[in-house]
Design a protein around this ligand. Sequence first.
Ligand SMILES: Cc1cc2nc3c(=O)[nH]c(=O)nc-3n(C[C@H](O)[C@H](O)[C@H](O)COP(=O)(O)OP(=O)(O)OC[C@H]3O[C@@H](n4cnc5c(N)ncnc54)[C@H](O)[C@@H]3O)c2cc1C
Length: 500
Amino acid sequence: MTENYDTDVVVVGGGPVGTMLAAELRLAGAAVILLERLPERSPHSKAFGLHARSLESLDRRGLVERFRDGARTWNNGHFAGLDVWVDFSLLDSSHGYALLSEQARTEELLEAHAVEAGADIRRRQTVTGLTQDAEGVTVSVAGPDGPYLLRARYAVGCDGGASLVRKAAGIGFPGTGGRVTARLGDVRLADRDKAPMGMERTERGLLFCVPLDDRYHRVATFDFTPPDKAPDEALTLEELTASMRQIWGTDLGAHDARWLSWFTDSARQADRYREGRVLLAGDAAHIHFPVGGQGLNLGLQDAFNLGWKLGAEIAGWAPAGLLDTYDAERRPPARQVLQNTRGQIALMNPDPDVTPLRELVENLMRIDDANRVIAEMLSGVAVRYEPGIEGAHPLVGGFGRDLTLQTGDGETRVAELLRAGTGVLLDLADNPGVRAALADCPGAAGRVRHVTAKSKEEPDLAGQLIRPDGYTAWAADRNTHPDRVRTELGTALRSWFGDN
Ligand SMILES: Cc1cc2nc3c(=O)[nH]c(=O)nc-3n(C[C@H](O)[C@H](O)[C@H](O)COP(=O)(O)OP(=O)(O)OC[C@H]3O[C@@H](n4cnc5c(N)ncnc54)[C@H](O)[C@@H]3O)c2cc1C
């Protein structure tokens, strides 16, 4: 680092996405300062669950056991509050379930991980402005000791839906405004015994009601009318109970709210995730109605995708265009989530004319293959980064399975090999093309872990190149001619791991 920079990357926002990204950047060798305006983590949890792709990714960093420790798992999820459950056990995943991890707990675990990785997390620091030039980014910060400037090579806005970074970088946030008002409270219910469980639809809206512990319930009403207050105006308990009475007929004696919040179905996506040296991740890049529990999970995947690429850029070995693949790869999955949440809102509409459509979708969901499509969509397992290479092996672009491997040093798993955050080249059939490609690309060869192994699960595979985020960059079958292996693997090594 030259003396002109205070750090390599300033991450703005210490929510789940900012902390995950800070840890990933550290793993890739970048120096990171994370600025968070709040003095401490919020004790209140918006999100409650981690889905399969998040768990698979956390496994590839050795974190999944921490998250599983003491946490409940369940196989079912809901889609638009329909009566037929989404069955996550249908997923082709080593983590085919959802994990109950309240956002406060998720953030605590991720922050501990980021600190262990060496991220410099600074609280009570509000970013007030940001400018960039050809060499770096200057971030204006208001801290307890007054305003100051920080200079970094790059800045990443993980500062939520109202992102200042996004606005300062001049990145647009097109989409649809709020037409549904959701009012949420963590409250005690005098009529606890009469509380419904899950999501109930009436002709006036929907009521969501689940016990949080033996004292509190989370209650939310989904009112299909636009908001009647300014975005920064707080929700009152009276407004929540009035909405419960209007939609459900009774407020179940709701009292003692320990957290109240409201939001809409506004769905927006940044028109680009990168502007020069400024990037966006998480809610700063995409917002949508929190149905299906997807937002935090989506943001974590942004962090896994961006961390190693930005780290490579800073380390100086990134091939041309690598950082731009972040936008290309991560915008489509977010667009898909915006669409599926809009679709769920349409199905949740209290209009009785929607009821037959709900029944039709429920009938489809009774078919395993259809149910699996929805499970793959909600859990992120459907995500592939299409390589755009004609004749590419079907595994390329997909998330690398957690194969059990027999190596000279004993048995291991793909997830374990990826923990160091480098790429992994599985050499499964002693194809001479593999060694030839490595010899052709000495720079890239030094950045991937070359593992000679046998796989009982993939006996026909000659090899697989897996990126640090777990996605497959190259694969070939056992009968592939060594010359073809040499050419295709060489191209993949140079495209993803550079050649300098
Ligand atoms: C009711 C509800 C339920 C949800 N349930 C789920 C669920 O079950 N599963 C799921 O995956 N998602 C769920 N979500 C969505 C999820 O909570 C968000 O997607 C997630 O919090 C986004 O994380 P983030 O780190 O991108 O942003 P945030 O969590 O918004 O974090 C942004 C951080 O940036 C800080 N910040 C902002 N501006 C500045 C600044 N100028 N300077 C310094 N710091 C700043 C903020 O203080 C904050 O800590 C739910 C959302 C809601 C509202």
